[in-house]
Structures are given as C-alpha cells and as structure tokens.
Ligand binder design. Structure first.
Ligand SMILES: [Zn+2]
Length: 297
C-alpha cells in the first residue's frame, strides 16, 4: 500500500528529467485528476500534470506513474491481460493493419515485436509470411496466454536485455509501447543499431496534437496518465527518431479506428459531437494515433 502511494504521489521536489537529458526546465501544459485501481487496493484519485520540456518540446506526465516500467508492479497485473484476451478480435484487426503497412516496405525477414502482450501481432506476422517472427514481453501472464491461446512463444524481459546482434533484424515493431518506456531515446538507439541496413521500425503512439486531445484535454482517454510517461506530437517523435540515428523516415498520421472508448461512454448528443471531431481529425491528419515507419539508411 505504502509503495503504491509513494509511486502515485511523488512530490514535486523529485528532480524531473526529460528524455533529452535536460532537468527541471518545464512548463505546465495541462492538469487533471485521474482515478486508478490497483489490483487488491481501493481505487484512488491522483492529480497529474502534463509538462513540456523547454529544451526539446517533448511532453511528459508528472508525477511519474511509476519508477521503471521493467520493475513496476503495474506490468505484472493480470487484469489488463484478461481485457486483452477478451478484446482479441479487435487486436487482431489492428495487427493486420500494422502488417499491411509493413508489407509496403518488407515482406520477409527477421521480425520482432516489442511489448508483444498476448502475441497477436506475432501470430498474424507468422501467418502472413514472417515465419520466424517473435516478440518480447515483460508480463509473464501475457506470455503464458500467448502460448495457451495462439501457441506463440515470446521472449521474457526488457527489450534492451535481449541478446540480438547488431545489424541482424529486418523489422522491429513497437505498437503502443514507446509511451510506456522510461528511456525512449536509449531504446530507439539500440533498435537502430540492431536493425540491418534498410531494416524498418514500425511504431505507433497516441498523438497529443490530435483533434480529440485538443477537445477533451485532461479527459482524453489516450492521455492515460497512470501509464503513459510521454505524450508525443509529430514534431517530438520525429525529433526523437532523428536523435536515435534514423535519418530517413516515413511519417504517416492516422486515426486509430479501434479506439472507441470515448464514444462508447458518451451521451447521445456528445457522441455525435465526438464522432464529428474524430472525422475532422482524420481529414486534417490530426487523428488519435501517430503511426510511423522509420528506415535505417
Ligand atoms: Zn527535453
């Protein structure tokens, strides 16, 4: 109990650091309250801020939801895995859309999904020609489910722990994962090194500059301040990739059609309003999810 309180109520005296290395040069962008239920504990509300680094423009959540993604109790929770199992059909649809994008660049090769969860993307990749596709996952229960449901073997651990050789991988995927990672630049640099020349990194993250983020502000579902350390914009994501060695990158912005939480929980009139905003997001390339394919030159 005490540990989780400390985790969620870190005082502002804690020195803040940006992924770019700068400390304590931030401006407040927005604030709000979020309700969080930890397994075995009563739900509690906590106040959070989104702050922007004055040096590089990257937005982050404060207080930090947890100290380190690898050791966090949060990532050992079963509840989230169960909800993914229940939602497997829509995850599969999303995985197929990811593979369609990847196949514009590569149709074979060594394929590694990072933050593979219950292994749906790995399974779909194996079926569509990437026979040796595999994934890396922290949560032991998710790995167990991948084996039980899909007969997919995932590697356990942090993506930086894996003994992949440099210049050995054709495709890395990082879907809805980078926003959870404490040290994103270090991870992207490592992935860049381990890709073959011409290899690609597919990644998607919530778009903090989406129309929905703008309209809903602190209530935007993809803000998820309990879990998301970083809030990316097209500019900050591009900057981070360039810092990590990716010179030539392709950028696609799109709406995440599977993200319907806000619509499902809205009143009738609000739903129409939000649907219209989602549509504007798609038309103006300010959809809820930033999708990027970066290639190693
Ligand atoms: Zn910064």
């Amino acid at each position: 109990m005490l540990e989780s309180l400390i985790r969620f109520w870190k005082t502002p005296s804690f020195q803040m650091k940006c992924a770019c290395g700068v400390t304590n040069q931030f401006q407040k962008v927005l604030s709000g309250k979020h309700k969080k239920k930890i397994e075995g504990e009563r739900p509690k509300k906590f106040k959070f801020w989104i702050v922007k680094c004055e040096a590089c423009g990257l937005n982050q959540t404060y207080p930090r939801p947890y100290e380190s993604s690898a050791s966090s109790i949060y990532y050992q929770e079963k509840k989230d895995v169960e909800s993914r199992v229940n939602d497997i059909d829509s995850i599969r649809t999303y995985a197929k859309a990811i593979l369609e994008r990847i196949k514009q660049f590569k149709t074979e090769g060594r394929f590694i999904d990072l933050g593979a969860s219950i292994g749906v993307l790995v399974h779909e990749a194996q079926k569509s020609g990437f026979q040796n596709a595999t994934g890396v996952e922290l949560n032991a229960y998710a790995i167990q489910k991948a084996k039980e449901l899909l007969n997919v073997d995932l590697l356990k651990g942090d993506m930086l722990d894996q003994a992949f050789q440099d210049d050995s991988i054709d495709i890395f995927t990082l879907s809805q994962t980078l926003e959870h990672i404490e040290n994103p630049i270090q991870v992207l640099k490592t992935l860049h090194r381990r890709l073959k020349k011409g290899g690609i990194l597919y990644l998607d993250v919530p778009n903090f500059e989406s129309v929905m983020a703008d309209v809903l502000k602190e209530k935007w579902g993809l803000l998820d301040p309990c879990r998301h350390l970083w809030q990316f914009t097209p500019a900050s994501l591009k900057w981070m990739l360039s810092q990590s060695g990716f010179e030539k990158n392709h950028f696609i912005l799109t709406e995440n059609n599977n993200y319907t939480y806000e619509l499902e929980h809205a009143s009738e009139s609000q739903r129409l309003f939000l649907q219209e905003k989602l549509q504007i997001g798609t038309q103006t390339h300010r959809g809820d999810v930033l999708i990027c394919i970066a290639q190693k030159a």
